[in-house]
Write a protein that binds this ligand. Sequence first.
Ligand code: F6R
Length: 603
Amino acid sequence: MCGIVGIVGKSNAERIILNGLERLEYRGYDSAGLYVADRTSDHLVKAQGRIKNLEEKVTSEVTGTIGIGHTRWATHGKPSEMNAHPHTSANQALVLVHNGVIENFEELHQEYLSNHQFEGQTDTEIVVHLIEVLKEQDNSTTKAAFKKALSLIRGSYAFALVEKNDPETIYVAKNKSPLLIGLGDGFNVICSDALAMLDQTTHFVEIEDGEMVTVTADAIEIEDPKGNLVYRESYEAQLDLTDIEKGTYPYYMLKEIDDQPTVMRRLIQEYQGESGEVVIDAALKNELLASDRIYIIACGTSNHAGWAAKSILEKLTQIPVEVHLSSEFGYNMPLLSAKPFFLFLSQSGETADSRQVLVTINQLGLPSLTITNVAGSTLSREANHTLLLHAGPEIAVASTKAYTAQIAVMTLLAKAIGDEKAVPEALDFDVFHELSIVASAMEALVDEKAVISQFAEDFLSDTRNAFYIGRGNDYYVSMEAALKLKEISYIQAEGFAAGELKHGTIALIEEGTPVIGVITEEVTGSHTRGNLKEVESRGAHTLVIVSQELAKATDQIILPNVHPLVTSLVAVVPTQLLAYFATLQRGFDVDKPRNLAKSVTVE
Ligand code: F6R
């Protein structure tokens, strides 16, 4: 949450910062700001709302050769221009942007800044005032004061600090929030995500928690918390600018829904060995083979992908699987089995709720794997193993292709482990063939946009609430379908176990309430149909999403047949499109729903 960019050593820093902020807008978009300077002038510009509002305020005089910028997702202090970053110290000499949460900001305020006046309500403003106080108190350099402030701060942060009198240096520091340094020819950049600066450089250096970096046009100097200099190799970002462009699509979400067949085929290529085996690192396989239980830890859509993969993993590996919400597991840990294995699912690899669990798991010395879309992300670096989703950047806040890629990667993993254990169901399951059938089925479904848009219009465009129901895997898809619908269309939606409705929730069914049934399992399909009849007789407006082999003439959305283990991968696609079209029809911004951000780096 919140995005930071900065550059030193290039003219028109303001343009580069604005472009970078636009690419980071997925991290938060309630306000934005930038500071640019050169030897003769400096400018601070802030705006409430989207980056385009900031852009409108950046006049031709606002220019410089150094600058920092920020796009905000509010934690402390409401979304307003006053609370937008950058923040300045009392004497206006220091300028700071921050991503994260300072836990002890009230104590710092009381101890060091009780007589200070603040413009807004942010924890960041406290920090920049604190640096100034420490500088004056110790008669020290800005760098020394910044370091001292870091030693007093508790919490998560990525900071970028500029001093007005030294428009040639950016000081940065990080703890638990992402920040990268990008290397240029005669200039250097900083960013929360490499995506932001891909038009400037493809070479990046990672910063570790607790480190502080001095960035000038020609050099970067990394220091560990003890002040020792650290040398770290740069890496080349394997991203292409075209991956992050919308092209002819009106919204990223639609592009990302359409990307799904390609992602399935890419996963086949990435994970298929020469003899048709699934290529998974031997050490990872051995740790899983030695485990007696897999604990999947994830939030939101990733958590739903965990549920969808539970039965695949259990059937193919014969290892029991538990799925947990990261935010609950960390502070309310259940009794663990004798040989637990932890599987973290995270599109971004930065989710703070998941990370706090991983920190504990590492302290306990337990084995872990992160399945993520972002190589080098925090969860990837801190787990023992990583498997990549190869989904390409997911920019829309609502996750689509990462969900299906997560299920597919867990299916590949399950096959690899099941083969090693010679589990009959795994030996009989031709995973690459089945995923290629899934890819074709997804293609057929994304071609049904006109029909699905009409169903969205008929069922969802002006409803206040809606239900998705199903059983088993169809229930897990229903949970994801409901999340997709509610987070972007603001329809109050619930994904419900079809059999549970009659135990209470059916009381909410009124004349016209949309209830969408998902049916891909033969054994439970007739029961779900029975539940649909029960709600219909109470006035519900029902829609059925059903596998072709189980379809009846009156059913509305027909899914091409795929292997019974992987039906979630196709059943979810029409629900993503229903959410997309319902949101458009209701007149909301599909890619940037209110109150949300893509990468949730606060607990
Ligand atoms: C919903 C959505 C979120 C994320 C959740 C976890 O569409 O995207 O629910 O799934 O915030 O994020 P990651 O997967 O990055 O850990």
